[in-house]
Structure formats: structure tokens, C-alpha cells
Design a binder for this molecule. Structure first.
Ligand code: FPP
Length: 271
């Protein structure tokens, strides 16, 4: 029996979708959007033109992910390092772009039943940006479909520092350090991503093979898919290609391959 293609996919997306097993879709996909600057440079345009073009890629990727039934999509929009190391004019441009994206996109997010969330140190963002973010979050809070999380002023190491501080503060407020309990569950519950399952798949565009301080705890067992496509050229079809690649991989979480009979093998590999 031919699988049904979800409504709204274009012809190329539908073609790739038909190669997928809809029962084994990743629940949570995280994306490191990279290559805006290089895309612009190749066209002799200013860097910010790459960021502007990247918004169409965000739109296409978000809509396709929601249409095929991904439960959570997390986009690395600006790292903490981006704030510190880029010219103020570029940072200001990115802020404005984010505000315009939020303003324009809320109706489409609602139409696609997408709920917006954020991770990162929001308190360090300009107040006008924070209020736009809060407005968009509240305007989509009732949606029950995909959770779209934007990582803004995000650093995985800062997230872990904040989690440990919050665990210690919690214990101090609750009877003192004798009540300090730290295990993997308690760390996960204090991360910014406590509302999400760990990503099954992380995608990075523009061919770079780094995690760049993104979700270091949460990506412990994620499959990594690196595509040479620069972010401004990335579309829903590229996301589906990444999912097709993910479905070819075998996830073992440190165990042995299915059908491996020698359970006493000293060579059991960590993967
Ligand atoms: C990396 O490219 C991209 C960014 C730092 C910004 C990402 C922002 C967008 C895609 C647009 C706005 C986002 C939203 C959510 C509306 P780079 O500048 O590091 O590229 P390069 O490595 O080629 O220089």
C-alpha cells in the first residue's frame, strides 16, 4: 500500500517522504544553521544579506518539519559567542530580523499548530526583543503540535552552569546541602530544555563538523548529519534528506547491534 503524503509538501519533498518510514521519524531534530556569511560572500553581498535570506530557510524547514509530524525542532539562531564576537551592526541586524520574523510568523505558526519556546540567557537580550519574544510565545502557547525552540544567546556550557547553580540553590532553599541530589535526571530537569526530549538527530549546514557549544548534554546519543548546503539554500527537502540518512543509521546507545549473539564480547563498543 502506498504511504500517504502529508498535505502541503511540494513534489520534491513528497518524493523523499515516500522513501521514509513514517513510524521511525526522529521526535526531536536540532539544527545548527551555518553558512549565511559564506552564501553572501559568494554573491558579493554584505553578510547580513545571508541572514536575511536565511529566514526563508527557517520558514521552509519549520513548515516541512511540522507537516511531516516532527514533535520538536530546535534551531540554533544566535550563540552567546555571536553576541560577543560580531560587530554591533550585525548583531543589531539579527535582532531586528528576529523581531520581524516573530511579528510576521505568528499567524503561520498558529495555522500549523506550532508552539514557540526559547532557550538561552534571555535576560541578557535587549528589552524590546524580549518583549517581542514573550508576545510570540504567549500567542502560540495554546498550540498542541510541534514545539519550535529558538536558541538565542545560547551556550551549552552556560546552560550547564545555570543548571548546577539552580540545583544547588534549590537544595539551599529546601533544607540545605544535605538535600543536594545530583544525578542525570536532576541535571536534565534543570536544563533549559527540560520541556523537550533529547534530540535524536542534529543537522549542521555548510559542511562544518563541530557542535559549537550547542546542546552538549542533550546530544550525547544524537545522530549527526552534516550537509555542505549553506543555510540560505537549505529547504524542507534537505531536512527530509537528513531524516532519510538518519533512518539508515543504527542507533545502539552503547549496546550491541541487533542480532549480535556474542553478548560476552569484550569488544562491545560505545557508540
Ligand atoms: C550562521 O551563519 C548564522 C547565524 C549566526 C544566524 C542565524 C540566523 C538566521 C538564519 C536568520 C534569523 C533567524 C531566525 C530564527 C528568524 P554565519 O554568519 O556564521 O555564516 P558563515 O559561517 O558563513 O560566516
Amino acid at each position: 500500500m502506498q504511504a500517504t503524503v502529508p498535505a502541503g509538501l511540494d513534489r520534491k519533498e513528497a518524493e523523499i517522504y515516500l522513501r521514509l518510514d513514517p513510524k521511525r521519524l526522529p521526535k526531536h531534530i536540532a539544527i545548527i544553521m551555518d553558512g549565511n556569511g559564506r552564501w553572501a560572500r559568494r554573491r558579493h553581498l554584505p553578510r547580513v544579506a545571508g541572514h536575511r535570506a536565511g529566514v526563508a530557510s527557517v520558514r521552509s524547514t519549520v513548515e516541512t518539519a511540522a507537516r511531516v509530524g516532527i514533535s520538536a525542532l530546535t534551531l540554533y539562531a544566535f550563540s552567546e559567542e555571536n553576541w560577543k564576537k560580531r560587530p554591533k551592526s550585525e548583531v543589531d541586524f539579527l535582532m531586528g530580523l528576529l523581531c520581524r520574523y516573530l511579528q510576521q510568523e505568528v499567524p503561520t505558526l498558529n495555522k500549523n499548530r506550532i508552539r514557540l519556546e526559547y532557550i538561552g540567557r534571555q535576560q541578557e537580550l535587549p528589552p524590546t526583543v524580549r518583549s517581542k519574544m514573550e508576545w510570540a510565545r504567549q500567542a502560540t502557547a495554546h498550540n498542541t503540535g510541534m514545539v519550535l525552540t529558538l536558541a538565542l544567546n545560547y551556550s551549552a556550557r552556560s546552560e550547564l552552569v545555570d543548571a548546577f547553580r539552580s540545583i544547588v540553590d534549590g537544595a539551599a532553599r529546601n533544607g540545605g546541602l544535605d538535600h543536594l541530589e545530583i544525578d542525570e535526571d536532576s541535571v536534565s530537569r534543570h536544563l533549559y530544555t527540560r520541556h523537550l526530549p533529547d534530540p535524536d538527530l542534529v543537522v549542521r549546514t555548510s559542511g562544518e563538523m563541530r557542535l559549537s557549544n550547542f546542546l552538549l548534554w542533550q546530544l550525547a546519543y544524537a545522530e549527526i548529519y552534516v550537509t555542505p548546503t549553506l543555510w540560505p539554500e537549505f529547504r524542507g527537502a534537505h531536512l527530509l534528506e537528513g531524516i532519510a540518512e538518519y533512518q539508515k543509521r543504527e542507533r545502539r546507545y552503547g549496546g550491541l547491534a541487533d542480532g549480535h549473539s556474542d553478548h560476552h564480547s569484550p569488544k562491545s563498543v560505545r557508540s
